[in-house]
Design a protein around this ligand. Sequence first.
Ligand code: NAP
Length: 300
Amino acid sequence: MKRIKLNEGLTLSKIIHGWWRAENWNMTVDERVELIKKCLAKGVTTFDHADIYGGGICEELFGEVLEKNPKLRKQMEIITKCGIRFEHPNMPKNDGHYYDSSYEHIMYTVEKSLKGLKTDYVDLLLIHRPDMFMDPKEVAKAFVELKRSGKVKSFGVSNFLSEQFDMLQSYLDFPLTINQLELSVGCYDNFENGSVDNALKNRTKLMAWSPLLGGELFSSQEDKFVRLRKTLEEIKEEVGAYGIDEIAYAWLMNHPSNIAPIVGSGKMARIEAAIRALDIKLTRKQWFNILDACRGFEIA
Ligand code: NAP
């Protein structure tokens, strides 16, 4: 498995496994143990969480696995996120839906995530979304304390535009390592708005969430998706892949910014499709044909 180096202390697997939908997988703890062991055996060692996934239940489902198998912790990297308040019976402190990147909320959330995940550190903490009411001095204070205590090893952001990324970076004495963005064959906004260019400029890394558009790639009857499926099918035949999902992952991973897709399925066969995509080399023409299919017009 290819790996992505964020800094001297942290590398991530190029294919990341996302746990947002874990509540819907309806898996027993033993099935979750098996899934994680199979991921690790294939080199998928990085797992993506957030405090709000299932109101914290997804972190707890993962924590049950680590509680039963504490030795697995050292074989993996755990990402979690904070900064969104979300009313949910499992999140008693939350009183509505709003952003909160205050020092108190970051510190509270990390403690809750550590408890749920049954670990004493996370490898990477992300601010989940840009907070228009953010005081970057408070975020910096929280990050410094969490780093000093060893509870968080490295830091990054999610869904930040380039100006927002650079602004927060300017308050920190250590580099933000990564921006987790919505990027896929059906969502190219972050290629156009400067976010991908900014990562290339800063030599920081990128993760792609919903790389298969949450499954819409296969099911939506919108013109965009019909066009995309036709083009992906053609390219699948050209490169000899098994499914269009492999081409969708390859489109992200062939980009020079070295994007790491987060696979959202709990099915091992679907995770293996992402792994196969690591070996697919797309031509420039194929890459742009997919972009054209998404946009519905040819490049200028
Ligand atoms: P995704 O991989 O685009 O979508 C997963 C969905 O697609 C699942 O419902 C899956 O169904 C379905 N699917 C996958 N392969 C399929 C196939 N061949 N045919 C039909 N359906 C298929 O990813 P996602 O779950 O939306 O997002 C991935 C991760 O990104 C999340 O787990 C989370 O960690 C992260 N995320 C981050 C943010 C953020 O703001 N930072 C936002 C959203 C998500 P099955 O379960 O049946 O396989």
